[in-house]
Design a protein around this ligand. Structure first.
Ligand code: FMN
Length: 207
């Protein structure tokens, strides 16, 4: 693959992109959220089964439903963000195998026959897709604020109860929250000082 990503783009997506704690009063339209999904969906997942499901909260009423689940330190930044994405995953992601992995549709049974493998695969790949969402958002000029400081059980009860997303196998609902991502345009005056990163030799081995 020829490298067509220039240094400016790498700055925007990695080196200069910061985790935001406060937001400018600039809306994010539904068209941008659609564009975001149209980019992130191309990131690779196990057997192409794409377990992530995203709920974009972009109205005050929708945000208020999230408020009781948030850790106290995450309330203000989340309630003031133009959009908060709930990055979730579908526990029955493998039901899409015939469509998403047509050259080997029997892949469905591999997961249907092992709850442990299905859960691991959903969580691993759903998390990867959350990372694709962050990088896609940055590529579109949006800022992000990912968060795991919230009560997953409360979010699931509020947003994914039975009979939403239902089936007879899992009557409690089949979507599960993983983490949250605030989206918008960050207020650069409210950033924490940037933390360092591990050096290559600390984080990597060359074998
Ligand atoms: C999965 C995940 C969960 C996080 N949870 C929280 C959180 O609950 N509250 C918060 O204020 N920041 C949270 N953060 C933000 C991190 O602390 C931040 O991304 C990290 O320090 C790097 O900051 P930088 O992008 O500005 O360099 C989370 C980040 C990630 C990726």
């Amino acid at each position: 693959m020829t490298n067509q990503v220039n240094d400016t783009a790498m700055d925007q997506i990695f080196r200069e992109a910061r985790t935001q704690n406060a937001w400018l009063d600039r809306p994010v339209g539904d068209d941008v959220l659609r564009e975001l999904y149209e980019l992130m969906k191309w990131g690779p997942t196990s057997a192409n089964l794409a377990p992530a499901r995203i709920v974009f909260l972009r109205t005050k009423a929708a945000k208020e439903r999230l408020r009781p689940a948030l850790a106290p330190g995450n309330v203000e930044k989340t309630m003031s963000a133009p959009v908060t994405a709930i990055v979730a995953y579908d526990e029955r992601f493998f039901d899409q195998a015939a469509r998403l992995f047509p050259h080997y549709p029997a892949m469905r049974e591999v997961f249907a026959n092992s709850a442990k493998l299905a859960e691991e695969t959903a969580f691993r790949n759903g998390t990867l897709q959350g990372a694709y969402l962050i990088l896609a958002a940055r590529a579109l000029g949006l800022d992000c604020g990912p968060m795991s400081g919230f009560d997953n059980a409360k979010v699931d009860a509020e947003f994914f109860p039975a009979p939403d997303g239902i089936d007879e196998v899992n009557p409690a609902g089949r979507w599960r929250s993983n983490f949250l991502v605030n989206l918008g345009h960050g207020d650069p005056t409210k950033l924490f000082p940037r933390g360092p990163r591990l050096e290559f030799d600390e984080a990597c081995k060359l074998l």
